[in-house]
Ligand binder design. Sequence first.
Ligand SMILES: N[C@@H](CCC(=O)N[C@@H](CS)C(=O)NCC(=O)O)C(=O)O
Length: 205
Amino acid sequence: MKLYFSPGACSLASHIALNEVGTAFEAEKVSMKDKAAVKAIHAKGYVPMLKMENGEVLTEGTAILQYVADQKPELNLMPKFGTTERYRAQEWLNFIATEIHKGYNPIFGAETLVADATAREAFKTVCREKLAKNFDYVETQLAGRDFLMGKNFTVCDAYLFTCFSWSGMVGLETTGKWPNIAAWNSRVYARPAVQKAMQTEGLLK
Ligand SMILES: N[C@@H](CCC(=O)N[C@@H](CS)C(=O)NCC(=O)O)C(=O)O
């Protein structure tokens, strides 16, 4: 397998998942500035992209995370197919993708979305408030739990950890705000698979 990643982007979640699974894979850094090169790998032109064992390129983080987790079902990185737990984990993946991950994008792209500087700041504030509401919800769900799905670390945690790491970049104040999320974030950060992925992507000082 080969993962195409951009350092610190949402592809970090797939990178963590691959390290957790522990089977051999290549990690190739792509530059988002060279869109043509990225599109040559897959027409969508964004990361993550995973070249699977059959040579096909799989896109969409939530599909890649499940594909990777299912390589070693015994690790419980995703609950078993057909169980209620599986749908609960998919519920998390979709929430993270659509409400959280895509909640950051308009702030990153604010310069192109809103021309007027004052209006842009107001727009960013509204986006940050919406993100904060979603993290308020996550905070309630992490009460008494080690990970999003309970005792087991799953790829849902890898994805949320990746998105949460962007908070400082978009000016989302997190200090002292969400103690359950802070404790969970430290637990995820300490995992060897996470450290290795961050090291490979050049994210550790
Ligand atoms: N729908 C895709 C979106 C992936 C995505 O937003 N990737 C970002 C990085 S986090 C990207 O490559 N952006 C560069 C671009 O669109 O030019 C998914 O969920 O995997």
